[in-house]
Design a protein around this ligand. Structure first.
Ligand SMILES: NC(=O)c1ccc[n+]([C@@H]2O[C@H](COP(=O)([O-])OP(=O)(O)OC[C@H]3O[C@@H](n4cnc5c(N)ncnc54)[C@H](O)[C@@H]3O)[C@@H](O)[C@H]2O)c1
Length: 280
């Protein structure tokens, strides 16, 4: 079967569930060989079984350089090279506002969330850099609408995703002309996204948050997307053929967060009716 990523090899952090798993499966469908790094043995086993062994990985914590190095080594041993590194593992603060962050835990919560969301990406980049330069490859990082706008998280998550945008730009500068570095900024998705243990949110899952209801009337494209809906953006950045000149770019796929109106989220609801079209 053909595909945009024939012959390419990829390592995806947080590839055991949600968006990372969807990217892994899409990359395989596009012809890539894919390895994942995830802290959950169980999730790695699940995706390996679901993909009939096409997607395998290493259990480890993105907060440790050694675990990232081990994952890069695993991919290179298995595939002979590494073309694409995707930093994606993260946790969310469940919109905890400054006023609600407890004095006794605020510092620990910051350290924990930034360690996964920002340090994890930095250490992944460090571990993968040499192999990516060798392969003339690329890095892609998962951002969020919270990388640009408020209220997609509280101050911890919003600051961490803004930091990721800065990281992408700096790494794009430092790695050019050998490695392209870009980001994808998704909006809300019903996944297994967890929160910091320091806030007692380690067992919370965003799957239990009624996101569909929250989005209705809030975003111009108000449907709740699936993880699969975002994977094309990663294929685009990963395929040299389609977007060879993009580096330091972040593709917003956030349902139009930045183009909301003042009087309503979108102004086109009644277009079919006004144009005499029998569609909804
Ligand atoms: N779900 C959303 O609404 C949403 C919206 C915008 C952006 N995002 C971003 O999408 C990305 C993926 O999140 P998701 O929603 O698919 O969540 P998810 O929890 O389903 O997937 C994240 C994966 O990362 C793994 N992980 C977490 N901490 C880790 C660590 N320290 N070391 C190694 N692995 C670790 C988890 O085990 C999990 O498999 C994140 O960067 C998140 O910020 C999510």
């Amino acid at each position: 079967m053909g595909g945009w990523l024939q012959g390419r090899t990829a390592l995806i952090t947080g590839g055991g569930s949600g968006l990372g798993a969807a990217i892994a499966e899409r990359f395989v469908a596009e012809g890539a060989q894919v390895a994942i790094l995830d802290k959950s043995d169980e999730k790695i086993a699940e995706i390996a079984e679901r993909s009939k062994g096409a997607i395998t990985g290493v259990a480890g914590d993105v907060r440790h350089l050694g675990d990232n190095q081990q994952a890069v080594g695993y991919a290179v041993d298995k595939f002979g090279k590494l073309d694409i590194f995707i930093g994606n593992a993260a946790i969310w603060d469940y919109n905890a506002k400054l006023i609600d962050l407890p004095e006794e835990n605020i510092a620990a919560a910051f350290d924990e969330l930034f360690a996964v969301n920002v340090k994890g990406y930095l250490l992944g980049a460090k571990a993968a850099q040499k192999e990516l330069v060798r392969a003339k490859g690329c890095m892609i990082f998962t951002v969020s609408n919270a990388g640009f706008y408020v209220d997609g998280g509280g101050p911890l998550y919003t600051a961490s995703k803004h930091a990721v945008v800065g990281l992408i730009k700096q790494l794009a500068f430092e790695c050019a002309p050998h490695v392209r570095v870009n980001g994808v900024a998704p909006g809300a998705i019903s996944t297994d996204l967890r929160g910091p243990a320091a806030l007692g949110l380690a067992e919370m899952s965003i799957a239990n948050v009624p996101l569909g209801q929250a989005l209705k009337g809030t975003l111009p494209l108000s449907d709740l997307p699936t993880s699969q809906d975002y994977t094309g953006a990663y294929v685009l950045f990963a395929s040299k053929e389609n977007i060879p000149m993009a580096t330091g770019a972040v593709l917003n796929c956030d349902g139009g967060f930045g183009v909301r109106g003042l009087s309503s989220a979108s102004a086109g609801e009644d277009l079919p009716q006004r144009l005499g079209l029998a569609i909804k």
